[in-house]
Structure formats: structure tokens, C-alpha cells
Design a protein around this ligand. Structure first.
Ligand code: DC
Length: 224
């Protein structure tokens, strides 16, 4: 099986680019952030504080998260319900970052992520895929862009969906999430020593896809 791990901060374009690469190669695309978001949705719906381990951990026994593929698209099911749309709400983003710092949550989601790569060729994106989840991935890419560019992309994306948000607020959120994700004690966001760094600042989406496909094909040449 082949695994392509794409890690990087929020808003670097990981999911769009990873999806395009998976399509091109005929692999499945696994978005691991969606799993943390599903846990965050459950925790907040139960009135718990996503930052507090002692509130979050006992709730995990009531959580069943599954990944299913419907028309080749990943859908995330929480206790049997498709929550793929709900987990995209902006308020879930920060809660997901908070619960992801709790060791019990990471352990809880670990096997689910690893198992996806046992049965399928995958393009998997997240924060710790190349470092922790799939350390033997044949291709590892650390995808980034400046905080301003990432906030701007997010601003445009949300505006298109009809959400009203201030750019400055988003920029603050991007920086706050970067800080949280990179400074947590367990599996922090960092580039694996054998990952290729790709900075997409100033690229169009198409340029970024081509840049990453180039990296992937170059690396896979030695493997396939
Ligand atoms: O990629 P995303 O924005 O949907 O991820 C939501 C949060 O989940 C993110 O702030 C950090 C966390 N996360 C993680 O800790 N490890 C992963 N492999 C994926 C996401």
C-alpha cells in the first residue's frame, strides 16, 4: 500500500490539494481533521468545555466516529449520523483544535486513522500524519503558506458560503490555532525530518496542485 502524508497548518490548502492528488492517482483521500471536528461537535453539544480534559475524556465512551466513502467522498459519521456538514461550522474549528490537544482524544482516533492506510492507498492530511500516524508513509509533504494568505483564503471561502466574518478576526484565529497546534505537548504540528516543504504563498490553487503532484511523482518513482 502507498501512503502520502500531507501535514501543515490550517488553511494551507491541504484538503483541496490532497483531494485533487488522490483523484489523479486513484487513491482515497482521508481528511483526519474531520475526526477531531466530530469529537469537538459531540463535546460542545454535551455542554462540555473542549479545553478541559476532565470534562472531555469521560464523554469519549459515548462517541463512535466512522469514516465512510459515498461517491468517493469521505463522510464522517458520529454515532450513526452523517455530521460532515455540521463539523464545518466556524465555531467547531477552535473546539477541534482544543480537543486535539487532549492525549485521550488523540489515542481514541489513532487506530481509526492507521487502519485506513492498511487497506487502501491513501492521501491523508492532518497535523501529525507524517510524524506520528503514518511514520512510514512513502511520501511526506509539509504544506504551508503565510498566515495572511491563509486568512485571506478562508475569508473568501466563508464569504462565498454566505458567512459574515471580519478578515482581522480570521487572521487572529489562524494565528491562535497555529500556536495551539504547534505548542501542544502531544503530537504537535511540525515538519517530519523526511518531509518535503511546500510553501503555497502566492500560488494559484492549480499551481499548488501541480507543485505537489510533481513532488509526489518524483518520490514515488523510486518506490513503484
Ligand atoms: O484540518 P482541520 O482544520 O479540519 O483540523 C481541525 C483541528 O484538528 C486542528 O486545529 C488540529 C486538529 N488536528 C490534529 O490535531 N491532528 C490531525 N491529524 C488533524 C487535525
Amino acid at each position: 500500500m502507498i501512503a502520502i502524508a500531507i501535514d501543515g497548518p490550517a488553511g494551507a490548502g491541504k484538503s483541496t490539494i490532497a483531494r485533487a492528488i488522490a483523484k489523479e492517482l486513484g487513491y482515497i483521500y482521508v481528511d483526519t481533521g474531520a475526526l477531531y471536528r466530530a469529537v469537538a461537535l459531540y463535546v460542545t453539544a454535551h455542554g462540555a468545555d473542549p479545553k478541559k480534559e476532565e470534562q472531555v475524556e469521560p464523554l469519549l465512551k459515548g462517541v463512535n466516529v466512522e469514516i465512510r466513502f459515498i461517491k468517493e467522498e469521505q463522510r464522517v459519521f458520529l454515532n450513526g449520523y452523517d455530521v460532515s456538514a455540521e463539523i464545518r461550522q466556524p465555531e467547531i474549528s477552535m473546539a477541534a483544535s482544543d480537543v486535539s490537544a487532549i492525549p485521550a482524544v488523540r489515542t481514541f482516533l489513532f487506530a481509526l486513522q492507521q487502519n485506513m492506510a492498511v487497506e487502501h492507498d491513501v492521501v491523508m492530511d492532518g497535523r501529525d500524519i507524517g510524524t506520528v500516524v503514518l511514520p512510514k508513509a512513502q511520501v511526506k509533504i509539509f504544506l504551508t503558506a503565510s498566515p495572511e494568505e491563509r486568512a485571506r483564503r478562508r475569508f473568501e471561502e466563508l464569504r462565498e458560503k454566505g458567512h459574515h466574518v471580519e478578515y482581522e478576526t480570521l487572521l487572529e484565529e489562524v494565528k491562535q490555532r497555529d500556536y495551539n497546534d504547534a505548542h501542544r505537548a502531544i503530537a504537535p504540528l511540525r515538519q517530519a525530518s523526511d518531509a518535503v516543504l511546500a510553501d503555497t504563498t502566492g500560488n494559484t490553487l492549480e499551481q499548488s496542485i501541480q507543485q505537489l503532484l510533481g513532488i509526489v511523482k518524483e518520490r514515488l518513482k523510486d518506490v513503484l
